[in-house]
Design a protein around this ligand. Sequence first.
Ligand code: SF4
Ligand code: SF4
Length: 297
Amino acid sequence: MIVAVASGKGGTGKTTVASCLAWVWKGPVLAVDLDVEEPNLHLFLKPRLDGRRPAALEVPIADEARCTFCGACADLCQFKAITVLGSVLLAFPEMCHGCGGCIAVCPQGALAPGSRELGEVLWGHAGGGRIGFCMGRLRVGEALSPPLMRAVIAQARELALPAGADVVIDAPPGTSCPAIQAVSPADLIVLVTEPTPFGFHDFRLAHEAFLPLGKPMAVVVNRAGLGGEDLHGYCRRENLPILAEIPLDRRIARAYAKGDVVAAALTDLHALFERLADRIGGVADAPRPVPEAAPHA
Ligand code: SF4
Ligand code: SF4
């Protein structure tokens, strides 16, 4: 099973939930930090690293001596990462998405694959060896995170499959392309939110953004007791099960500030996260409702 822990905005407690889930998980588990722009799951799980490797993107390298400035590459590139100005060929590797299209269409063989460093993939073990760990770290100045996320997902599959491990993904917050990419491999998306007006607003955006993926979703309410009942009413209407409500508790903030896994530091909350893990298993295994057939015209 792959569980993605996501949220509509930062600061809702997503990493707290992801780290606690990995901590209490029964059976082999791999914790994956896909928030490659600002990874912080390792600050809590404190893994011992077993390996790391650089991740790179294939970008075109031009051989101007062969170029006839026909413009076929520029016409194809939707990101304007390569262009022709008269008899000058300009490539902007930082804007390249690595699709390889320009290399494929060049009739002169004037473009060859080069590489741009994206960052690195790191992996190891936490929790005394019980928890596998994998993360990506984007190079400072690199703007494109999805290719590095794909490298982390590939590494995570290599680690999880032989071990028969379930996977807990800490997804980047928000509803942009990286967030969608992070939840795409999941069997279940767990949305972490707080019941404040801002929290509810961004939670709805995330729910609506992930709906087209057609994946089961469930909710964890953090700082329960704040705000009104909008969130609960919305979840009822949208058939979104609330799997856990984490109380507003200063001790959680203190444990977070110290870099502790909350389920390990606060024994009374350990059972709450164990119940959450059990309920996640139940929701992921539950039969999916069959969509009603559209009436014939
Ligand atoms: S497609 Fe090839 S030959 Fe044409 S402009 Fe681009 S690099 Fe030059
Ligand atoms: S590899 Fe794709 S994105 Fe990069 S310059 Fe070529 S066409 Fe554009």
